[in-house]
Design a protein around this ligand. Structure first.
Ligand SMILES: Nc1nc2c(c(=O)[nH]1)N[C@H]1C(S)=C(S)[C@@H](COP(=O)(O)OP(=O)(O)OC[C@H]3O[C@@H](n4cnc5c(N)ncnc54)[C@H](O)[C@@H]3O)O[C@H]1N2
Ligand code: MOO
Ligand SMILES: [Mg+2]
Length: 398
């Protein structure tokens, strides 16, 4: 049998990534999307010498000559225009966030002062020039790139968009994705299954996995009927960039998907991967259209989407995903077949290390077991004994 290894399969998939272009979105709708423009500082950060403690602003020279008593000339509030210290032996009260008054170069906080009758007495000798002043341009200079393009946007980036007045940002456009389940045993979630039926669950797992990437999806269900499959999938191939299938790719009498896709002119790039779960995985292309046909067992669909679709998507939108997570195996583990094994694990973090403890399940149909685990540890093929303390790639889903 012609099996691709996990790394061969991944390489083929990454080679077929697509560019879906860019679009503009409101900055508040941008979290989770991939930025496609550099965000530039429109002014220095901070934009003026910013007072960073509430107190008095003085000329350091007066202090250095031994002066400790300062007459208060006025109050510099945050949001007020810059005041000027008129007499270099006086002071101006100055608040956090205010402009440092002209002719002053240090702020002494209220905790170190006694103030009486508009006169401040400094109760310390430990003052240095520029203390409590956040100097103009110290953080970033006007024109600096604050956020480079191809960054995944989080709340941290939203704050920076706001501070530079970027209310509309350019992000990577998302692919149009259709998620399709097949199988006569499957009924809708709202239905009561008969004894021989189950509710379709994989499509919704996939919907939510893509939702985490901020990809909106549509779903469809097609019974095990070749003609129906042919006509519906033909339409989906025309309308969508990506089709994600779950089921009907193995050896069964009703596993029609590979044959139907072939008849519709989708070129098979591989079928079957040297892995568990997910061995019957089928992948192909028709022009710019990309087809992932995941095996129907729920854990197979789940891990294959994380490992392969996510990687393909990251590459397509220009995200760097090479800084992959790793974890330390927390128990000896034995797995005989010569297959990459995606081991379900529970994660604990101790002193900055990530430990992965195997969670025993009943194989790839045991979807409830996914709830007990947090991640998959990717154990390589070609060996069977995995020793406590060894480090392996980790695919997190929490
Ligand atoms: N003779 C062989 N039989 C099987 C092999 C094999 O190599 N030789 N591989 C096994 C492996 S591994 C897997 S994984 C499954 C893959 O099956 P298919 O991709 O053909 O999927 P189905 O037959 O349609 O379904 C399998 C299983 O999954 C359930 N399923 C399917 N879709 C959904 C859904 N949307 N929600 C919930 N559950 C779903 C389905 O009811 C079946 O129980 O094949 C093995 N057999
Ligand atoms: O991929 Mo199958 O899920 O190994 O059981
Ligand atoms: Mg089957």
């Amino acid at each position: 049998m012609n099996l691709s290894t996990v790394s061969e399969a991944l390489k083929i998939i990454l080679n077929t990534s697509e560019n879906f272009g860019t679009e503009e979105v409101n900055f508040l709708d941008s979290v989770g999307r991939v930025l496609k423009e550099d965000i530039i500082a429109d002014r220095d950060f901070p934009p003026f010498n910013r007072v960073s403690m509430d107190g008095i602003a003085i000329a350091f020279e007066a202090f250095s000559k031994g002066q400790r008593v300062f007459k208060i000339e006025g109050v510099q509030a945050a949001g007020s225009k810059q005041l000027t210290l008129q007499n270099s032996t006086n002071c101006v009260e100055a608040m956090t966030g205010a402009m440092l008054p002209m002719n002053t170069d240090v702020v002494i906080q209220y905790e170190l002062l006694t103030i009486e009758n508009k006169v401040a007495t400094v109760n310390t000798d430990e003052i240095k020039k520029n203390k409590n002043v956040h100097l103009k341009g110290l953080d970033r200079k006007k024109g600096d790139v604050l956020i480079p393009k191809n960054t995944k946007i989080s709340s941290a980036e939203v704050g920076v968009f706001a501070t530079v007045g970027k209310t509309i940002v350019t992000v990577a456009k998302q692919p149009k994705v259709m998620i399709i389940s097949t199988g006569n045993e499957l009924v809708d979630v709202s239905e009561n299954p008969a004894e021989h039926q189950i509710r379709r669950s994989n499509v919704f797992t996939l919907v939510s996995l893509l939702d985490k990437l901020k990809i909106k999806t549509e779903t469809a269900h097609i019974p095990d009927d070749k003609n129906l499959l042919l006509s519906k999938i033909e339409r989906f191939l025309n309308e969508y960039d990506v089709l994600l299938f779950s089921g009907a790719v193995s050896k069964g009498k009703f596993d029609y998907i590979p044959d139907v896709l072939d008849k519709l002119g989708v070129q098979k790039l591989f079928h079957r991967v040297q892995q568990r779960p997910g061995k019957p995985f089928w992948f192909g292309k028709k022009g710019f259209k990309t087809v992932f046909a995941f095996p129907g067992n729920p854990v197979s669909t789940f891990v294959s989407c994380l490992k392969y679709f996510y990687s393909w998507y990251y590459k397509s939108v220009g995200l760097n995903f090479e800084n992959q997570n790793e974890a330390i195996l927390n128990e000896d583990f034995y797995f005989k077949p010569n297959l990459t094994y995606f081991l379900q694990v529970k994660i604990t973090q101790i002193n900055g290390n990530i430990y992965a403890t195997p969670v025993k399940g009943r194989g790839s149909a045991d979807l409830v077991n996914l709830v007990d685990a947090d991640a998959f540890l990717e154990l390589p093929d070609n060996r069977s004994n995995f020793i406590k303390g060894e480090v392996f790639p980790l695919i997190m889903y929490r």
